[in-house]
Write a protein that binds this ligand. Sequence first.
Ligand SMILES: [Fe+2]
Length: 297
Amino acid sequence: MIDTTAGPAIDPRGVNAGVAPVTYGHGERPPRGDYAQARSDYTCEQDWNSYSAADHDLYRRLYERQAAQLTGLACDEFIDAVGQLGAPAQIPRFDALSDKLRRATGWEVVAVPGLIPEEAFFSLLSRRRFPVTGWIRKPEEFDYVVEPDVFHDLFGHVPLLFNPMFADYMQAYGAGGLKASRLESCEYLARLYWYTVEFGLIDTPAGLRAYGAGILSSPGELRHSVTSHDPQRLGFDIERIMRTRYKIDSYQSTYFVIDSFEQLLDATAPDFKPIYQRVAGLRELAADETVPSDRVF
Ligand SMILES: [Fe+2]
């Protein structure tokens, strides 16, 4: 099992629902987080003083477990920036982190109660504001939590926002998302997020490395994604990705590999509308399928 799933909330009921709670999957689970405190754009105060000593200790243990296995598995850009989160002894204050991020790339982190609707998510990204869940998992969820919590969002996502190229990609993704909402193509864009921002690998002179937040915040999938012989690893291809379904309840069976963050950013430059039209005319691919045009690593 992956330790977290994440990204834009795939919940059609949540779109434009004010500050109605957003639940994971099809709404069988009760929402976590206090949506009554959120503003109309779904942001809220971090309420740092509400974290208990046990919360901070849980964050520290999660951080230290992941940090110990980054070498040789995480990309250098991530390793170089993870220290910007500050000492792992306490859950970071978002305000202080935002001060550093603004100076580096013009991004900031904002607190949200949990999953938020797609349009709210895209809108925040397009304004270089990264939504971070306020609450932390329970101790019994140390190895696995269904919804993204503060550890996944901070440790997994925030370090690469210090990288100028990746930071620009995230903003371009948000702007593309707002357009996709109008074109009813959000599923295609969700797949792009999934296979890049959450579960992306990058080819480096030293070998394959992880840059996706879902991998980097997962105790088991980090090593699995880079070293296991089980999954297939395919060259980045935006149309191929948009055709490909993904798994939310197990390790990925396919990872897509970029050559550089520049390649990722360049891929967002063209207008996606003709891409959506082409992809709509093609057969969907299963998460573990291979097609002849794939560049297999
Ligand atoms: Fe995530």
